[in-house]
Design a protein around this ligand. Structure first.
Ligand code: CA
Length: 367
C-alpha cells in the first residue's frame, strides 16, 4: 500500500497535519526506493541476449513492486558495449548484463565464468558455480573490481561458426580472419588464424565488407536473427569454444552492499530465474531456427574434421592452462574448475552422454 493511500484509508487524510503524518511509521517500500541503470553489451532487445537483459530488469522491478526498478540501456546507449564493465565498476552504471569473457583483459579468471574451450556444459557450469565453489571464487574476482557477479542466462552449446569456405584442414585456418572472443579466439590464433573480438552489432557489416572471413556468434536462433546466412553459407559444429556460455550480470559492489536484504534476495532470485528461462528459450528456439537456415536459406551444415578438432583441442589445453597460470587468484579458479570438470566428465559419461547415445538407437515411440 502506498503511503498516501495508507493515510487515506486510515481516514485521517483531511485532518493529517505534518506532525501527525510524521508519527506514522514509513511504509518499508518508500524507504528504500531505488532506480538502477543496467548497461549491456547487446543490441536492444536482441533475441535471447537483449531480451534476457530486459526480462531480468523487468523481473527485478516487478518482484520488488517497483521499489527497486531497473532501466536497461542497450549497447552504446549509455556506454559502448565493451565499456559496460568499467561503467559498473566505476559506478557510472549500477548493473551490467554481458558475458564475462569480454573482460579477460582485466583478469583471465573471467573466462571461466563465460566459456572455456572444451569446458563445462550449461548444467555443469551451473553445478560448479552454485555447488562446486565457483561462485565464492567469482565473488573474490569481482571484489577486486568493485562488482558482485551472478549467472543470468545461458546459451547452451553454441555452433562452431560461419565460414565463407570449407575449413577441412589446418591449412584452411592460416590467415583466416575470424571473429571469436575469449580463449577460443586465442586457440585459433595458435593454429594460424587472425582472431578478433567484435561486439555483436558489428559482426554482420564486418562479414559483409570482407573485413572478416568467418565468425562465430551463438547458435541457430541468434545467428538467423543477425542474417549471417546472407553472406556466408558454411555453418560448422560443434561449438568447442563455447560449450555452455554463461551470461552474467554484475552489480556495483557499493550498490549491492547498500541494498536491503529483501532487495538482495529479489536480485539474486531474479538472476537465478533468468539463468533457467534463458537457457530453456535458447534450447526451444534453436531447433526451429536450424530448420529455417537449412531448408529455407540453404545453409550448408558441416562438422569440424577430426584433424581440426584434435589440433584445436591440443592448443586449447595449452591456452586454458596458461590462462590459469596468469595470476594467483585465476590459478585458484582454474584449479577449482579443473577438478570439477574431471568429476563432471566421469558422471556425464554415465548420464547425459550415455542417454543421448541410447536415444539415437533405431527405435521410436508408437508403431
Ligand atoms: Ca559465441
Amino acid at each position: 500500500m502506498k503511503r498516501r493511500e495508507f493515510i487515506k484509508s486510515a481516514g485521517v487524510a483531511g485532518l493529517a497535519t505534518a506532525a501527525a503524518a510524521s508519527s506514522f511509521p514509513k511504509p518499508a517500500l518508500s524507504q528504500g526506493r531505488k532506480q538502477l541503470k543496467m548497461v549491456t553489451t547487446w543490441p536492444k532487445n536482441f533475441p535471447g541476449l537483449g531480451t534476457t537483459a530486459q526480462r531480468l530488469a523487468d523481473r527485478i522491478t516487478t518482484m520488488s513492486d517497483g521499489s527497486l526498478s531497473v532501466k536497461v540501456f542497450s549497447a552504446g546507449e549509455l556506454v559502448p558495449p565493451f565499456e559496460s564493465f568499467d561503467a559498473v565498476s566505476s559506478g557510472t552504471g549500477d548493473i551490467y548484463h554481458a558475458a564475462e569473457y569480454y573482460w579477460q583483459g582485466k583478469s583471465k579468471a573471467f573466462n571461466f565464468y563465460a566459456a572455456v574451450p572444451f569446458g563445462l556444459t550449461a548444467t555443469e557450469q551451473s553445478a560448479w558455480i552454485n555447488h562446486g565453489g565457483g561462485q565464492q571464487l567469482w565473488d573474490e574476482v569481482g571484489k577486486k573490481f568493485g562488482v558482485k557477479p551472478f549467472m543470468a542466462g545461458n546459451t547452451g552449446v553454441q555452433m562452431g561458426g560461419w565460414f565463407n569456405k570449407e575449413v577441412n584442414s589446418l591449412e584452411d585456418y592460416k590467415g583466416l580472419k575470424i571473429r571469436m572472443p575469449g580463449l577460443g579466439g586465442e586457440v585459433l590464433r595458435r593454429i594460424g588464424a587472425a582472431a578478433v573480438s567484435l561486439p555483436g552489432g558489428e559482426i554482420f557489416p564486418a562479414l559483409q565488407s570482407g573485413a572478416i572471413d568467418a565468425t562465430e556468434w551463438v547458435g541457430p536462433w541468434n545467428d538467423l536473427a543477425f542474417g549471417f546466412y546472407k553472406v556466408t553459407k558454411y555453418y560448422y559444429y560443434p561449438g568447442f569454444h563455447e560449450p555452455g556460455t554463461t551470461l552474467s550480470s554484475a552489480v556495483n559492489l557499493k550498490v549491492w552492499e547498500g541494498l536491503s536484504s529483501s532487495h538482495k534476495a529479489i536480485v539474486s532470485s531474479a538472476m537465478s530465474a533468468e539463468n533457467d528461462v534463458a537457457l530453456a528459450e535458447f534450447n526451444a528456439k534453436n531447433n526451429g531456427a536450424l530448420n529455417t537456415l537449412v531448408n529455407k536459406h540453404k545453409v550448408k551444415v558441416r562438422k569440424f574434421s577430426d584433424e581440426v578438432m584434435n589440433a584445436i583441442g591440443k592448443r586449447a589445453g595449452e591456452v586454458v592452462a596458461e590462462a590459469g597460470a596468469s595470476d594467483a587468484l585465476t590459478g585458484k579458479v582454474y584449479d577449482s574448475f579443473l577438478k570439477f570438470r574431471k568429476n563432471a566428465i566421469g558422471w556425464s559419461k554415465l548420464s547425459d552422454q550415455a542417454y543421448w547415445d541410447a536415444r539415437l538407437l533405431p527405435f521410436k515411440y508408437g508403431k
